[in-house]
Design a binder for this molecule. Structure first.
Ligand code: ZN
Length: 154
């Protein structure tokens, strides 16, 4: 991926799906009455929206192509920070919700990290490295919550 516009198109798609999914996870935690984890997911959704806003602002002076499903640079028909829709139909426990959110952050990191490693465009590399570093922080924070959950669970 050597075009800033193409990178931004992917980042915008990835982050808007991530924000939506994290919002859904927050909603399901609310349903189960876990307001602490709900608030945490809302905060994570806010991070995704901040990434989205950063990518959109950058795209303001870049030509961003429309991405068709078949042209997306990730393979499985789902963006890296999203998660399989059917997974959400299972009974949503706190553990499972945290695990799904972590998988989303890890896939997002893997996507940005891969772009950073293979791109020949210095601007794309700088952006991808910046986004990858933030996804690492998100994943680390989720791992802390998962560890804490494991300690406090009955
Ligand atoms: Zn993230």
């Amino acid at each position: 991926m050597n075009d800033v516009g193409e990178f931004l198109a992917h980042a915008i798609r990835l982050e808007s799906e991530a924000a939506a999914r994290l919002g859904e996870l927050a909603d399901s935690m609310k349903t189960y009455g876990n307001l602490e984890v709900e608030a945490f997911f809302r905060k994570m959704a806010g991070f995704a929206r901040m990434h989205l806003a950063a990518a959109r602002a950058r795209a303001g002076w870049t030509k961003v192509p429309e991405l068709e499903e078949s042209r997306m640079a990730w393979a499985e028909g789902d963006s890296p920070e999203g998660m399989a829709g059917e997974a959400q139909h299972y009974l949503m426990t706190v553990d499972y919700a945290l695990k799904l959110a972590l998988e989303g952050e890890e896939r997002a990191f893997a996507f940005y990290d891969q772009v950073a490693k293979v791109t020949e465009d210095p601007e794309v590399r700088a952006l991808a490295e910046e986004f990858a570093a933030e996804e690492t922080e998100h994943a680390d924070e989720l791992r802390r919550w998962i560890a804490r959950q494991a300690e406090t669970a009955p």
